[in-house]
Structure formats: structure tokens, C-alpha cells
Ligand binder design. Structure first.
Ligand code: NCD
Ligand code: ZN
Ligand code: ZN
Length: 435
């Protein structure tokens, strides 16, 4: 562990205003902010032109280990996370085997600790084997070393209302949360891969109607009200779905939601060339939905930006559109996309970005030590970003094992420079350190 004197760094005051000063970090803890009086033993880290934010927290990452180590491992995904400014990622349970036992959750936790580049927080499955029928070992996972608090069958919807009700009753006891993949399987079947509308008809792709999302969100809102438990809506993609969340929040229901960078920015028009890199679940939506999601981000209806980083091996992705796997990479590009398209161009501030990429996701996941204000005594889980640097996304330079980024070739303004996890530098100039 190193002790750091971070000099000339821009930081955000409690009111969001930018200030410039120095920062001292000792034994993984921020000890001084603004003016540093005790510099003895500190290694200088020149941060002129950089802004410090709380390290990002991703509520929705697929790391593929165990089972699909050809697409990603906990280690390669952690490297991508560190390069993207993340100090914690929640690793989804749809691995092989599924993370549905205490042992499975501890295994993922230990793989993450062994790598050490980001805090890997296992998400527990809601149901055994993601089969939607029988509850997984929710209590045992929570009482394990993994301290699991976020549960999800992501990739599949917990469609059975009785199962969802019981899961919510269970997690309420320890203030856990169920993150729901809101997709009514009867309204949007497993092969639905295109927003249902004129385009799906023209392209001949199976359609996925917005009501398949909004109707599940509405049902879950009422179950959350009934049980008093917390529900989190994963990857909201529709204006209707977001309207239900807004209504639920106004009613005092404990519902939160996340949106992905790709649903904020990429539209259905990209599907015209049948390039499977744009195949994702839920599907890309028309412009009016992106506009609604962006408005929701600004008015606070959307709590968090989450990547839904979904690596896939070439042999699963490079197929005819209907046969290709669903999913896109996201960890390395999220900050630059959100910064370029929403902070530089869209009326969001860096303080808003810190809220949706760090503070709120850390709170939703119940993570101590992440998403904290920059203050003496707080753990040094930080990211230094360069708001003026430009990056051109190159899929072949990715630290992920997979190459399925929809941002390849785009030049974006705003880059992650240095990531710091409990005082250790985990990425420098955008490159992860060896683990
Ligand atoms: N988002 C995706 O398109 N795919 C995810 C599953 C999911 O998030 O639903 C995956 O695991 O590949
Ligand atoms: Zn999902
Ligand atoms: Zn997912």
C-alpha cells in the first residue's frame, strides 16, 4: 500500500462547486482534503487538470466466471472495471453454476479478492438455478462471508408473482433488495430481440413491446408496497416503465431503478444493418424512450447508471441477428459515454454523474466505504478523471476477454485516468495495474 499526496486536483464541494487543492491518503484512508499540512512519507501523484470523484460502483456486471471463462473471468472483468474507474462491481448470478448458494457466493467473492483490482460483490440468485420456481438460499447467502444483499435472476424475469412476493418478504428482514429483469415472458418471448414497432415488422425480427417491461414494473411496485421491501428495476428501457417508477416513488414505494449508457444513447435505427453487436436485452428503443430516460436521470427518477457489462465470446455473438447472444460490453466506456453525451452535451453536472455512478448505487447495494463524500476519515476509493481528454474506443484494446462493444471507433471526451481502491492504484492512465 502506498501513501499519496495527490496535488492540484479538482474536487467537488458539498454544494457541487469545483475547488482545486491537494489530498493526502494514508493507509487507505483520506486524511486531508484541500490543504495538506503533513506530507511526510507521501508519494506525490500529480493530478493537475484531473477531477477526483468517488470510485464508480456498478450495480450490474456479468463476469461469466464460473462457467464461461472463454468470455470473461473475474480477473479480466476486474481489469476492465479498474480501467473504467470502478472500485466495486456487483457480479450477476447467471453463471454456470448459478450463484444460488452461500458457497457459490463466497467463491465469487474470493476470486475477486484474489485479483484485488476492484471489490467484486456477488449478486445472489432469487431462485435456484434461475428456474423461477423455488427460492434460492437467500438467508444463507446473506449470512455468508459474501454478506449478499442484492438478489437477481437477471437474464430471466422472476415472473411468478407468488415467488416474487416471497423473495421480497425474505429480503426485507435484512434490508436486502431484489433487482428485477422486468420482462413479461408471455408478452416478450425469449427470442424477442427488437423493439416492437414498425422497424421489427420491416426487419422481420421478433418484437419486444414496452408493455412487457412496464407491466412487470407495475406489479413489482405493488408487491413492494405490500411487503414493505425494496425492489430495484434493472436496465429500464422504456418511457412507460420509467413513468411507473416515477409513480411508485411518489407513492412512497421503495423502488429504485437503473439505466444503461446504451439505452440512454443508442437507438433502434442501428439495427437496420443487422449487426449483432447491437443485440441486447432489453432491446434498443426509439428516440422518444432515450429522451424520457435522460429526463428521468436529470429529475432523479433514475437512481443509477449501471453498465449491464455482458461479455460474449465471438462464437456466441457472430451469428445471424436472431441467433446471436444478447449483450454488450460496458465497464470501460461508461464514464466516457456518460460524460461526453450527458455532462458535456446534456445538462448533467459532474456532481450528478458522481451521484448516479457512485453514491446512489453504493447506497442501493448497501456497500459501506464506497460512494462516500471526499472527507478525512473516509476510505480512499476514488477515481481521477480527465474531463478534457479524448478517447477513441478500440475494441481490440479492451481489457475484457470479449470484444462486443457497441462504441468501437467512437471518439468521446472525458477519460478515466487513475483508479484508487483503498489507497492502492488499480489503474493508471486508463491502464489496469497487474493483479
Ligand atoms: N443484457 C443482455 O443482453 N444480456 C445479459 C443478461 C441480461 O442482462 O438480461 C447477459 O447475461 O448476457
Ligand atoms: Zn437483464
Ligand atoms: Zn444483465
Amino acid at each position: 500500500m502506498s501513501d499519496w499526496l495527490v496535488t492540484g486536483v479538482t474536487h467537488l464541494g458539498p454544494d457541487g462547486t469545483e475547488r482545486r487543492g491537494d489530498l493526502a491518503i494514508r493507509e487507505g484512508i483520506v486524511t486531508e482534503v484541500g490543504t495538506v499540512t503533513d506530507t511526510e512519507g507521501l508519494t506525490r501523484l500529480d493530478a493537475d487538470g484531473l477531477t477526483v470523484l468517488p470510485g464508480f460502483v456498478d450495480l450490474h456486471t456479468h463476469l461469466r466466471q464460473p462457467g464461461r471463462e472463454d468470455a470473461e473471468t473475474v480477473c479480466t472483468g476486474s481489469r476492465a472495471a479498474a480501467a473504467g474507474g470502478y472500485t466495486a462491481v456487483l457480479a450477476m448470478a447467471n453463471t454456470t453454476p448459478v450463484t444460488d448458494t452461500a458457497e457459490a457466493a463466497e467463491h465469487v467473492l474470493d476470486l475477486g479478492r484474489r485479483c484485488g483490482l476492484t471489490d467484486v460483490v456477488p449478486v445472489g440468485a432469487v431462485t435456484k438455478g434461475l428456474d423461477g420456481a423455488e427460492l434460492a438460499e437467500l438467508g444463507l447467502m446473506h449470512r455468508s462471508r459474501a454478506r449478499t444483499r442484492v438478489f437477481s435472476d437477471d437474464g430471466r424475469c422472476v415472473a411468478d408473482a407468488r415467488v416474487m412476493r416471497r423473495a421480497l418478504e425474505y429480503v426485507r428482514a435484512f434490508d436486502g433488495v431484489v433487482s428485477q429483469h422486468s420482462q413479461d415472458p408471455d408478452l416478450a418471448g425469449p427470442s424477442a430481440c427488437c423493439h416492437e414497432g414498425e422497424l421489427s415488422g420491416r426487419l422481420g425480427l421478433p418484437g419486444w413491446p414496452p408493455v412487457a417491461e412496464s407491466s412487470v414494473i407495475a406489479r413489482d411496485a405493488m408487491l413492494a408496497e405490500h411487503t414493505g421491501a425494496r425492489v430495484h428495476v434493472a436496465h429500464v428501457s422504456t418511457a412507460e416503465g420509467l413513468d411507473v417508477v416515477r409513480w411508485a416513488k411518489a407513492r412512497g414505494i421503495r423502488m429504485t431503478c437503473e439505466v444503461t449508457p446504451h439505452h440512454l444513447v443508442l437507438g433502434t435505427d442501428l439495427l437496420a444493418g443487422y449487426d449483432p453487436v447491437y443485440k441486447v436485452n432489453p432491446p434498443l428503443r426509439p428516440t422518444e424512450h432515450q429522451e424520457a430516460l435522460r429526463a428521468g436521470l436529470l429529475d432523479g427518477t433514475v437512481d443509477a447508471v449501471a453498465t449491464d457489462h455482458a461479455p460474449h465470446a465471438r462464437h456466441d455473438k457472430e451469428h445471424a441477428f436472431v441467433d446471436a447472444a444478447f449483450g454488450m460490453l460496458g465497464l470501460e466506456s461508461a464514464f466516457s459515454v456518460v460524460h461526453d453525451l450527458l455532462v458535456r452535451d446534456g445538462g448533467m453536472s459532474l456532481a450528478d454523474l458522481a451521484r448516479v455512478m457512485s453514491t446512489a448505487p453504493a447506497r442501493i447495494a448497501g456497500l459501506d466505504g464506497h460512494g462516500r463524500p471526499l472527507a478525512p476519515g473516509e476510505p480512499a476509493n476514488l477515481v481521477l478523471v480527465d474531463p478534457t481528454a479524448t478517447v477513441t474506443v478500440d475494441r481490440d484494446a479492451s481489457h475484457s476477454l470479449s470484444r462486443n462493444t457497441p462504441w468501437h471507433g467512437r471518439t468521446l471526451t472525458g477519460a478515466v485516468h487513475t483508479t484508487i481502491l483503498r489507497g492502492d492504484v488499480t489503474a493508471r492512465e486508463g491502464e489496469p495495474v497487474p493483479c
